[in-house]
Write a protein that binds this ligand. Structure first.
Ligand code: AHR
Length: 517
């Protein structure tokens, strides 16, 4: 059943559309190129890779002796795929794993490293074959920045200091020399340092007051280095817990440069029965989008609290874990969080990108969970084969938004209703890319109908429009393992320029990115 809603944009009435199968809904809005917004930091497109399931082992690391093509043990196919989406930063080693990780376990000859139990994730044997050198090598191969999460929950400031000196010291101290002995002469940079993870939960079950004190202590012993500028990131709130943000900003806001936020999309909203990654119906599709769109209000609510203490917006809000979290694939270990990825995930990723763009002044980094073989992954692997997921292609389509300047584009979309759930048919964002072109990205969430969108281009004298679309016949279309993708972007022919207006016919359940010049 379609609902009929009236919306008004920039004083112009939207056309009403009466729902019917394969109808075309209408909406309009104005692009305000004369009122550019903030820069969309490229870090908004970052990744999160934890020692969890096959996220690192198999997914990234196969070891130098593997028959799977690799450079120094890191899979070449994964590196190439992440380079192609201009991955700006990768967060590691966790997640919950980070607050039990001891960096000394992961340095030195690999055959002498201790094997530990991964308490958080399936009790798997953690060989520590992938440690600091391997991670830093991985990000260097990708061309990304390292985002290192430091153990605050079960560690102490000395251990933190030693790890940082080991990585970054250029002197003749023992730690720098140990790093050299282990094969790395030049110090690494640590542009992004996280102080704990989910301190309210797996990171130590702390109250915000207690965590603020710990944060002051750890950041107090962290010595800032002008040769290695670092963004100090505090462990932030769970979803809509603005009390956490309030206390940490009040008590330790001066000690940090960013505060994180975690919000996962659970289709049912019920952690015990989250919903399936595939084989879902239109109700589950709609409910999933209703859940994910909460991201906008969640961010706004945290921003309002941060504005009280930091009106200049010095401290960033980093959504460093987000994405879909479904019931694991049948037959797989529940502790390894392996899930399939469909067209729904791709449209949902685009919907979140559009939300993040609207908050670009405060949201200057996000990291989707997780890069390979875990939750909403870019890539799934099976032995030497890999699958680039629909989500991967959403990231690829949105590459031009990295470091672009946001351009206001207000459009109130018509609604789509299924059962008791109503969502907008689409959301949208626009930006001026570093190449000077204007980009418009749409997440078309209506699973049934196309939307016809008319955009008044205002001062923009565009001569041509081109673009890409990604859709599929089925809502749960996936890409095959080790074969050409089915859900991937193709040229889009549904956009036209005429009389200073852009008209776009957005297919149902699709991602569309347009480029105007
Ligand atoms: O991404 C999986 C887990 O989700 C992370 O380890 C943790 O930070 C969050 O609860």
């Amino acid at each position: 059943m379609k609902s009929i809603l009236t919306a008004f944009v920039a004083g112009a009435a939207l056309m009403l559309a009466v729902g019917a199968q394969a109808a075309t809904l209408e909406a309009s809005g104005t692009l305000k190129v004369d009122q550019p917004g903030p820069v969309i930091n490229k870090y908004v497109y970052s990744q999160f890779s934890e020692h969890l399931g096959r996220g690192i082992y198999d997914g990234v690391w196969v070891g130098p002796d593997s028959k799977i093509p690799n450079v120094d043990g890191v899979r070449t196919d994964i590196v190439e795929a992440l380079k192609a989406i201009h991955t700006p930063a990768i967060r590691w080693p966790g997640g919950c794993f980070a607050d039990e990780y001891h960096w000394r376990d992961g340095i030195g000859p690999r055959d002498q490293r201790p094997v530990r139990k991964n308490h958080w994730w399936a009790g798997d044997a953690e060989t520590n074959a992938f440690g600091t050198h391997e991670f830093m090598d991985f990000v260097e191969q990708v061309g990304a920045d390292p985002y290192i999460s430091i153990n605050i929950g079960s560690s102490n400031p000395s251990e933190m200091l030693d790890w940082i000196d080991y990585m970054t010291s250029d002197g003749q101290d023992s730690l720098a020399n140990e790093r050299r002995k282990n094969g790395r002469d030049k110090p690494w940079k640590t542009p992004l340092l996280g102080f704990g993870n989910e301190a309210w939960g797996c990171g130590g079950n702390m109250t915000p007051e207690y965590y603020s004190d710990e944060l002051r202590k750890f950041t107090g012993f962290y010595h800032r280095d002008p040769n290695n500028p670092t963004i100090r990131i505090a462990s932030g709130a769970n979803s809509d817990d603005t009390h956490w943000t309030d206390v940490v900003m009040k008590n330790a806001g001066h000690n940090i440069d960013a505060l994180s936020l975690h919000y996962y999309t659970i289709p049912t909203g019920n952690w015990d029965h989250k919903g399936s990654a595939t084989g879902f119906d239109e109700q589950a599709w709609t409910d999933t989008f209703a859940q994910t769109l909460k991201m906008d209000k969640i961010i706004s609510d945290h921003e309002a609290v941060m504005d009280k203490y930091d009106p200049q917006k010095r401290v960033g809000l980093f959504v460093d874990e987000w994405g879909t979290w479904y019931d694991v694939e049948p037959g797989t270990n529940p502790g390894r969080l392996y899930q399939q990825n469909t067209l729904r995930d791709a449209v949902l990723a685009a919907a979140n990108f559009n939300i993040f763009h609207h908050h670009a002044d405060r949201v200057r980094l996000t990291a989707i969970a997780q890069t390979v073989n875990v939750l909403q992954s870019m890539i799934l692997t099976d032995g030497d084969k890999m699958e680039l997921t629909p989500t991967y292609y959403a990231f690829k389509m949105y590459v031009p938004f990295q470091d672009a300047t946001e351009i206001p584009l207000d459009i109130t979309a018509p609604n789509f209703t299924k059962g008791a759930t109503t969502i907008p048919a689409f959301n949208v964002s626009a930006a001026k890319g570093k190449d000077g072109k204007i980009y418009i990205g749409f997440a078309s969430m209506d699973p049934e109908d196309a939307s016809k969108v008319t955009i008044d281009l205002g001062d923009l004298k565009a001569k041509s429009v081109s673009g890409q679309v990604m859709t599929a016949a089925k809502m749960d279309a996936t890409n095959p393992m080790g074969a050409a993708p089915v859900v991937a972007p193709v040229d889009f022919k549904g956009a036209k320029l005429s009389g200073g207006k852009l008209t776009v016919t957005l297919p149902a359940k699709s991602v569309v990115v347009l480029s105007l010049q």
